[in-house]
Design a protein around this ligand. Structure first.
Ligand SMILES: Nc1nc2c([nH]c(=O)n2[C@@H]2O[C@H](COP(=O)(O)OP(=O)(O)OP(=O)(O)O)[C@@H](O)[C@H]2O)c(=O)[nH]1
Length: 147
């Protein structure tokens, strides 16, 4: 049987290491009538002025559900129970999908919603959300949620 020289085998199995991909978690928070909470990104940030789901980057030492719980407390002053989250849709953008957005569904929280980062926010039906200038991944996600 022909053998592959070790060096060639190593080369063939070499997977390009790319530590630069970015996991982002976002919350599809619904009120009692099923409307979705969206907020507007600050003008100076990436996708500034566009509307999106609340959430943010998962730090390298965090579990996704805990990152989302942290982000939601930081942005909206409410507490969500990580165990009550349901994994939902997924989207990506950038070359080879370098930013991956994981959406969790949730309809229970405690506390009163307050925009701690002074962001504009509101509850929207899918039809209303479709009229907003949305971040590109969110446009796609909201279309899929509405189906
Ligand atoms: N949170 C959130 N980010 C989104 C959504 N859609 C989307 O494209 N993004 C992008 O994902 C990235 C998340 O960054 P972020 O700025 O919200 O995260 P963060 O709060 O941890 O960031 P910071 O450290 O800059 O404050 C941004 O590039 C943002 O534009 C979304 O629905 N929610």
């Amino acid at each position: 049987m022909a053998t592959i020289p070790n060096e060639r085998l190593r080369e063939a199995l070499q997977v390009e290491k790319n530590p630069t991909w970015m996991p982002v978690v976002a919350l599809a928070l619904r009120d009692q009538s099923g409307r979705l909470l969206l907020q507007k990104r600050p003008p100076h940030k990436h996708h500034g002025g566009l509307w999106e789901l609340p959430g943010g980057k998962v730090e390298s030492d965090e579990f996704p559900r805990l990152a989302l719980t942290r982000e939601i407390a930081e942005e909206l002053a409410i507490t969500i129970d990580p165990a009550s989250l349901t994994p939902g849709l997924l989207a990506d953008e950038g070359e080879f999908g370098a930013t991956v957005l994981f959406v969790y569904d949730c309809s229970r929280w405690s506390g009163e919603i307050r925009p701690l980062e002074h962001q504009e926010w509101g509850w929207f039906t899918f039809a209303e959300a479709g009229e907003l200038p949305l971040a590109p991944m969110d446009r796609d996600l909201i279309k899929r949620m509405a189906q």
